[in-house]
Design a binder for this molecule. Structure first.
Ligand SMILES: [Zn+2]
Length: 111
């Protein structure tokens, strides 16, 4: 993945999703993007079958499988954390992800 540095527009600014405080009073903030991937069981079974067929060599099986979609990635959920929360607290990614989904839902209902 080739990712370039970019700027955060004022419109994109959000409060810290852990403590609810502004993340702009310290030196930096953190934005985590979480995408849920739903495993494609059919691809998994086909790949497993092909691997068995070629004597247990996944790299060889990879050359023969037609179906490539191993997971369907859901749109990324964005989570903002302030410097203190990023460094000092233990976070449940699942809990932050759920907060991000709730926030996205709230924003889409506003628009
Ligand atoms: Zn915080």
């Amino acid at each position: 993945m080739n990712q370039k540095r970019r700027t955060l527009d004022i419109k994109e600014a959000e409060m810290c999703m852990s403590c609810g405080d502004t993340p702009f009073k310290d030196i930096d903030l953190y934005i985590i993007e979480i995408s849920q991937g739903i495993i494609n069981q059919r691809t998994l079974r086909e790949f497993g079958g092909m691997t068995m067929l070629v004597g247990g060599h996944p790299a060889l099986a990879d050359m023969f499988v037609a179906r490539r979609n191993i997971a369907n990635l859901m749109p990324a959920v964005r989570v903002t954390l302030c410097h203190k929360c990023f460094l000092m607290e233990d976070h449940s990614l699942a809990a932050l992800w759920e907060k991000g989904i709730a926030k996205q839902k709230e924003e889409s209902e506003k628009a």
